[in-house]
Design a protein around this ligand. Structure first.
Ligand code: PHE
Length: 449
């Protein structure tokens, strides 16, 4: 198995992994979750979840992937033959198709908005007109599907080329591009009049807002944002070389991912406050409010195009990692070519994303557990499958997998000093599974935090 393809450079590892983590979760989801759940108080709980639960679980996932050097299902079969722990991998593959379903819809919308911005379709509209055109577009049967399929085709183009020539090459360009655009934007945003109100909302915590719902949402957001609990990082780590430093990579991803989420807040909240807009609007914040704000800025065309390109790029580097979970599985388990595996996976995604897209229009009254198909996929993946996957991964690595394997992975076969190893194992054995279980139970209303 040692001839498995690997990422060729350190930059490649970081660009691909950070690219997976940084996505619509940071720029589209984080700001409205923060807006709806108490601003800075949410941010604080979020930070705790990222560093005490997220990063340790990430190191656990990396250890599984790199030691087994196989896809998310086979990895468990190699490490624990004759057991059923590979169910974690199978759950991850399902989660990836759920996430790709709703995620591609938003990604498709961002492409439509790049197009609209470029053709000046966003100029000169009133707030009500923005609302109207967004609702009209998103509930349309065909137009969103065209953009979704285009977006999935881009994924096919990159993922079918493999790790080195596809995913690594694309990430090396797209991830740095994303950071540059984001920084340019933040600088613009903090110079808006009234920006300080927005910054205060983001950085000044009101502890009375923290309740079990806020904690559940912060943890769900942390898992989603770090791409945890569903095999993406297990799969990517199976392509890490033997000298990639796993814990350093995990901390770097945790820091950069959180930085981007906070920067997205710095971009959006001052802009929202400066135009007197309530930041607790839901998912539409980015598609209705922001284009409206941009059109009042000098050079509005430039800012709108740039913003939606930012979102598309962020989405793409995440979806290629989601696709890789299923592609690696199909390619390795069924012995089919990578191209064929990618085609099959994309076919599944076409089905799931079409259903999610139609749930804004013709299927809007079709409900699963009281949720539209889109919301059902989002809720099930982010608030159930990912935390559950994360909990099982922590239990597996903390209690089932031989500690020597974990130690060898984290220390690169004893060549790195790992004074934090005991603390890490403590977080993986106790903190992560207990915290996730408690938050689940309180979320289900079993008791109050
Ligand atoms: N982390 C990505 C984001 O924040 C989403 C994602 C989730 C990607 C799970 C891969 C796996 O947008």
């Amino acid at each position: 198995m040692s001839n498995r393809t690997t990422f060729t450079t350190k930059l490649g590892v970081i660009a691909a992994t950070v690219g997976s983590a940084v996505g619509l979760g940071n720029i589209w989801r984080f700001p409205y979750e923060t807006g709806q759940n108490g601003g800075a108080a949410f941010l604080l709980v979020y930070l705790i979840c990222v560093f005490f639960i997220g990063v340790p679980v990430m190191i656990a996932e990396f250890s599984i992937g790199r030691s087994a050097k196989a896809n998310a299902n086979k990895a468990y079969k190699i490490l624990s033959p004759g057991t059923h722990w590979n169910i974690i991998g199978i759950m991850g593959i399902f989660a990836s198709i759920f996430i790709l379903g709703f995620y591609s819809v938003i990604a498709g919308w961002t492409l439509e908005y790049v197009f609209q911005a470029l053709t000046n379709g966003l100029a000169g509209k009133s707030a009500a007109e923005f609302q109207e055109s967004f609702t009209g577009f998103s509930s349309d049967t065909f137009r969103p599907l065209i953009w979704i399929f285009l977006f999935l085709a881009l994924n096919y183009f990159i993922v079918s080329r493999g790790i080195k020539d596809g995913i690594e090459k694309a990430s090396n360009i797209l991830t740095p591009l994303l950071f540059v655009i984001l920084i340019v934007f933040c600088i613009r945003s903090i110079f808006l009049p009234g920006a300080s109100e927005g910054l205060k909302f983001l950085f000044h915590p009101d502890f009375s807002k923290i309740d079990s719902n806020v904690i559940l949402r912060a943890m769900g957001q942390a898992f989603f944002s770090l791409s945890l609990g569903m095999g993406t990082l297990t799969t990517y780590a199976s392509y890490f070389s033997d000298n990639t430093n796993l814990s350093k990579t995990a901390v770097t991803v945790g820091i950069l991912d959180t930085t981007v989420a906070v920067l997205a807040g710095v971009l959006i909240f001052p802009a929202a406050f400066s135009f007197g807009i309530d930041p607790s609007q839901g998912p539409e914040l980015v598609f209705i409010t922001l284009p409206n704000i941009f059109q009042h800025l000098p050079g509005s065309l430039f800012w709108s195009v740039l913003f939606f390109i930012l979102l598309s790029v962020a989405a793409l580097t995440s979806t290629i990692s989601l696709c890789e979970v299923g592609v690696a599985y199909l390619h390795e388990e069924f012995g089919i070519t990578r191209k064929k595996a990618t085609r099959i996976l994309i076919a599944f995604c076409i089905v799931s994303s079409t259903l999610c897209s139609l749930s804004f229009g013709v299927l809007k009254d079709f409900k699963l557990f009281g949720l539209t198909i889109f919301n059902f996929c989002d809720f099930t993946a982010s608030n159930i499958l990912l935390p559950l996957g994360g909990m099982l991964i922590a239990i597996y690595v903390g209690w089932v997998l031989n500690k020597k394997i974990v130690f060898n992975e984290v220390s690169n076969r004893q060549s790195l000093k790992v004074g934090f190893f005991k603390l890490l194992i403590f977080c993986i054995q106790y903190i992560a599974p207990i915290a996730i279980a408690l938050i689940f139970l309180s979320g289900l209303g079993v008791f109050n935090v």
